[in-house]
Ligand binder design. Structure first.
Ligand code: ASP
Length: 441
């Protein structure tokens, strides 16, 4: 029997999860059943992906750099990556701003909806937490992010998934120093990381065997914990503008792949689709990172020298979907509250949303924390902040799922662009979980 392709298996799992979630909503005790018996399966899957993220970044980045043989190549890749990331993010924010100004979704929100959303969410603890978290982040100085990037204890950095940039810093430092001691002396360490890298990629294959079941569990739990459909309907115009913008970003990426990389965009989207579907189901680019790396390297043909740097850095600092959403959400909130934004304010949004997407963590809901900073930068009074967030809170989770897809697709696209520009885009070499199974069975 012909095996169904992985992306179809995952898609079927997602659809069944959605249907199951809706059925459970209408059954007495169904909600509790899903949280007690189904949700843990999804959480285990996300934990497994997170478990291998740090070993994978470490091994693949050290392998990537020590394969380079010459440091100037790394500088080349690094510079191109950062410049292209900034360009795609500015495109995303611009698309968001243009759409929200054309469609004015905030104009159609009635007083009644505003007060209903405010009473439901403004004092909600998650809204308050996001505001508190944003004020903690805002209080830091301009160079704080640089300081934060440098670990003072390598093992502490390696033991915390939130410190991905510190791990990247350590791996680059180690990799470059390995180049500098010469090939012969670096060989034992290089062999160790090469092998670790292969092992971790095999772990990705094994974890992915459970992906169709895991996404079933993840989506069923999202459905049972979602909000009242009436409230979602009130925000349908705003959500529509964000979704239209995100869809346009996929068109932008496809155009880059078709014209600059000269590959078929449909082929690209098909090969990357398992990572996109997981991004959607987990709402976390960090959890999706191991799968993104595996797809980009083995199924698209980007050389590890490029992907090992571009993808982990992208997962933490390049969030096109998030910055587009922040631009739309900020203007929407001003429109709904009847406040004016000048052209100067909108330019401020471009700049702060760019910085905010760099600062956002690659985890569910992080984009909303940074939105607070964007809102404050254009002068939203602090007493209106909870009301502003309350206006968009109900649809945040579904939009988070969609913007994470764009975040991950953006990283994959940029890795292809950089690889193409430095002559490191080769042919895909697909490995399966059972390539050596016969030998050890
Ligand atoms: N969930 C997003 C991500 O991980 C971040 C956000 O927009 O909240 O990419």
């Amino acid at each position: 029997m012909k095996k169904i392709a992985l992306h179809w298996q995952i898609l079927i799992g997602m659809l069944l999860g959605l249907v199951f979630g809706f059925i459970m909503l209408s059954v007495d005790g169904g909600k509790d059943f899903v949280s007690d018996w189904i949700k843990p399966l999804g959480s285990i899957f996300v934990k497994l992906l997170k478990l291998i993220a740090i070993p994978l970044i470490l091994a693949s980045l050290i392998k990537g750099i020590s394969d380079l043989k010459d440091i100037s190549k790394f500088r080349d890749i690094g510079l191109r990556t950062i410049v292209i990331y900034i360009i795609t993010t500015v495109i995303a924010i611009t698309i968001g701003l243009v759409l929200v100004n054309i469609f004015e979704p905030g104009g159609g929100v009635s007083e009644e909806t505003i007060s209903k959303l405010t009473t439901t969410y403004a004092s909600d603890s998650s809204v308050q937490d996001k505001i508190a978290e944003a004020s903690r982040q805002k209080d830091s100085g301009p160079l704080q992010f640089l300081e934060d990037m440098v670990p003072d204890n390598a093992f502490q950095a390696l033991s915390n998934n939130k410190l991905m940039l510190q791990v990247i810093f350590f791996a680059i430092f180690l990799g470059i120093s390995m180049l500098l001691i010469g090939e012969k002396r670096a060989k034992p360490l290089k062999d160790l990381f090469d092998s670790l890298n292969d092992v971790v990629l095999k772990m990705v294959d094994l974890i992915m065997l459970s992906a169709p079941y895991a996404v079933f569990a993840l989506l069923a739990s999202v459905v049972v914990s979602s909000d009242d459909p009436d409230i979602l309907m009130a925000l349908v115009q705003y959500a529509g503008v964000v979704l239209l913008g995100l869809a346009l970003m996929i068109v932008v990426y496809s155009t880059f792949v078709g014209t600059i990389v000269r590959k078929n965009p449909f082929w690209f989207l098909k090969e990357i689709s398992p990572a996109q579907l997981l991004a959607f189901s987990t709402s976390s680019s960090a959890a999706t990172l191991p799968v993104t790396m595996e797809r980009v390297e083995e199924h698209i043909g980007v050389d590890k020298e490029v992907s090992s740097f571009v993808l982990p850095v992208g997962a933490t600092i390049n969030m096109d979907g998030t910055s587009l959403y922040q631009a739309v959400a900020a203007v929407f909130i001003f429109q709904a509250l009847g406040l004016d934004l000048t052209i100067g304010d909108q330019l401020t949004i471009v700049l702060t949303a760019l910085l905010a997407s760099i600062g956002s963590a690659a985890v569910p809901g992080a984009g909303m924390v940074m939105l607070v900073i964007v809102l404050e930068s254009v002068g939203l009074p602090s007493d209106l902040l909870p009301i502003g967030l309350a206006l968009i809170f109900a649809v945040d989770r579904p939009l988070d799922m969609c913007r994470t897809v764009v975040n991950v697709t953006g990283d994959a696209t940029v890795s292809m662009l950089v690889a193409k520009s430095v002559g490191k885009l080769g042919e895909p070499k697909i490995k399966n979980w059972d390539d050596h199974y016969e030998e050890v069975k």
